[in-house]
Structures are given as C-alpha cells and as structure tokens.
Design a protein around this ligand. Structure first.
Ligand code: DP6
Length: 347
C-alpha cells in the first residue's frame, strides 16, 4: 500500500421515513417532500484514503465492503464520482480507497444506500477540506446533504440527527428539494423514539427502489399522491411540535400502506408484503386496541416492519414483541433516534 496522503473516517446512520419519498425527477429531485427519523444502531462506517495514483484512470477507486472488493457497488460509486468530479479536484490527483462496513446485516429492510451515501458525502467533504485547506461552503453540513442526495435521495436526510425533512411542501419556508433540513421543534415524546425493526424476510429485494421510483412516472394516482405527501409533511411537523401521538400513528401507518398501494397499482405492479408482514400488522392493530399503548408500524420498500414507539413504552413493546409476534419474526434489530453522523478517529 502506498503511503496515504490524506484520510477521512466517518460513521453515518440510516433513517426511517415517516412520510415517504416515492417518485423522482430531473437530477435526483423528489416529486414530494418527505420526513424521517435518523437512527443510531444501524449505520455505515466508511474509511477513505487518498494515495498516489497507480493508473491514468480519471477517477481511480477501489471499494471494499466488509473486507471484500465489491465491484457492483464500486461501479455505482465510480459513476457518481465521475459525474461530480468537478467539485472534488483531489479525485483527479489521487487514488481513492474506500473501506466500508455496516452495523446491520444485508436485506433487513434497513436503507443501506442512505447510510452508505451519507457516509460517502461526509468523507468527500472532509477530503475536500483537507486537500484544499478551506471549508467547502458556508454550510458544510448542508453541502454534504446535497452530495448525499445526488447519490441516493433518502441519504440526504441521514446527515442530520433526529427528524429531517427533504423536499419543499406547499407554503413551506423551511424545506428544500436540493438538500434536507433538520426539524428542530420537536416535543419531548418524539425526541427519543424507538424503532424495532422486525425482520420477517431477509431475501434480497425483488424490485430496486430506483425502479420503484420510476414507476411513479405516469402512475394513475401520482399527482394526488404527491399532493397528499406534501400536506402530510406539514401536518407531521405540527404533530412533532405538539406531541400528538394519535396524529402521528395515523399518518405513519397510512403512509406505509400508501407507499405499498402505489407499488400495487403501478403499471408493472408488484407486491413486497409477505404473509408474515400482514400477520404482524394485524397483531399490532389488535394490541393497540386492547391496551391503548401508542405503538405503530411503518414499512420501507420491503416486507419488514419498523415498529415505532416512544421511550416510555419500551418495556411494554418489548414484551409485546416477545409474547405476541415472535412466531412471525426471524430477528429484531432494536434501533432508536440517535445523534446523527460522527467523525471517527483512525487507530
Ligand atoms: C421507500 O433513497 O433508496 O425508502 O434515490 O433511487 O437511491 P434512490 O432511492 P431511495 O428511496 C427510498 C424510498 C423509501 C422512502 C424514503 O426513504 O423516503
């Protein structure tokens, strides 16, 4: 290995959307606003090293995932770097080695592209600042969010801790389509939310999110859906501010089912829920009706369930998972709101 000239090392968590981004246009811009919670236990750690070039490739990159060269993802990153290399002149001067690892297993319904592109953008901004000896912009966090978005839409929200919005809703002075912003007015009850990820199926995804987004072009319900999501982002912000758990449950679960309804009603329709997904959802409904405990579910573009609940319900919900739904669940990842990305030190 050549002597490294510069190194950067970052951890970036994944996030779970409550109001879903589903449909995109132009250069990775969303068709509607979305709002998510950044997690803590599910993250990517990415180490980047710049050393002397060994070839005359414009962008010389080697990408390792958990110790193994991963050429499929390497190709996606090379494409991304080639597209944005004008912003990062170090890419034409050095060879870049990326070593990545995830804290969570593959195909568990955790958005790995969110944490991966979040970490990549943080590392790129860091390397820019080291090699140029100046800040990348007046607001490096926002710039990192923008570069994350260009890699994977949902990644731009992972740059912030807690609640983050991406996309501008109607009459919205806070949101932006180019980068995410943090939602800071959050009632105590929503500050320490938990997300227990109930893995009912760990087969790799049948339809990629990118293909799913494309199916919103010409979708018969697209316009109504985009309008609904924008309205819900504004409603959810008010719900987060006032601590309205009932309102939160209604939007969260309807968003999950609406996302899957969009998949089921697109031209090339498909179905990602599995029988065990439905069994668990029905048990959640039953349990909530019987106990009034404010837990609710959401789904990503997959069959696994994210069970959301406030911190003061931790014990009750853990008992529920153990006693009432374990027959349908292969494994559970207990995650929760965290502190956002973190710079790591090289040992
Ligand atoms: C259902 O961010 O994975 O998780 O921009 O093509 O990388 P690309 O898509 P991606 O889509 C995420 C979709 C979602 C909802 C969400 O996270 O908002």
């Amino acid at each position: 290995m050549h002597n490294p000239h510069f190194t950067a090392y970052w951890r970036c968590p994944s996030n779970i959307a409550i109001v879903k981004y589903w449909g995109k246009k132009d250069e990775q811009l969303p068709c509607n606003a979305s709002l998510s919670l950044t997690l803590s236990a599910s993250y990517t750690e990415l180490k980047a090293t710049l050393s002397e070039k060994t070839s005359n490739e414009e962008v010389e990159l080697v990408y390792y995932f958990e110790g193994q060269r991963l050429e499929s993802f390497e190709a996606r990153i090379i494409k991304y770097l080639n597209k944005h290399k004008a912003h990062f002149s170090f890419l034409s001067k050095y060879r870049l080695v990326l070593e990545s690892k995830n804290s969570f297993p593959h195909s568990t319904g955790i958005a790995s592209s969110a944490s991966a592109f979040g970490a990549l953008s943080l590392v790129l901004v860091d390397l820019y600042e080291q090699t140029e000896g100046k800040k990348i912009s007046d607001n490096p966090t926002q710039t990192a969010s923008e570069f994350a978005r260009l890699g994977s839409g949902s990644a731009c929200r992972s740059i912030y801790s807690g609640w983050a919005q991406w996309g501008k809703a109607e009459n919205d002075t806070l949101g932006s389509d180019t980068h995410a912003v943090q939602i800071t007015e959050v009632h105590e009850v929503f500050q320490n939310m938990h997300d227990a990820i109930l893995v009912v199926d760990d087969e790799p995804k049948k339809v990629s999110s990118t293909a799913g987004h494309a199916l919103m072009n010409g979708h018969p319900y697209a316009e109504q859906r985009f309008k609904q999501a924008n309205e819900r982002v504004m409603q959810l912000r008010e719900i987060l501010r006032t601590g309205d758990l009932q309102g939160f449950i209604e939007i969260t679960e309807s968003e999950a089912l609406t996302l899957h309804a969009m998949m089921m009603t697109s031209k090339d329709y498909y179905l990602l829920m599995r029988p065990n997904t439905i069994a668990v959802i029905e048990e959640i409904f039953k349990f909530r009706e019987q106990t009034n405990i404010p837990l609710c579910f959401t789904l990503d573009a997959g069959p696994n369930i994210h069970l959301l609940y406030p911190d003061n319900q931790k014990q009750n919900v853990e008992n529920f998972i153990r006693e009432r739904i374990s027959t349908w669940v292969k494994s559970t990842i207990f995650d929760r709101a965290g502190f956002g990305p973190m710079q790591l030190t090289l040992s």
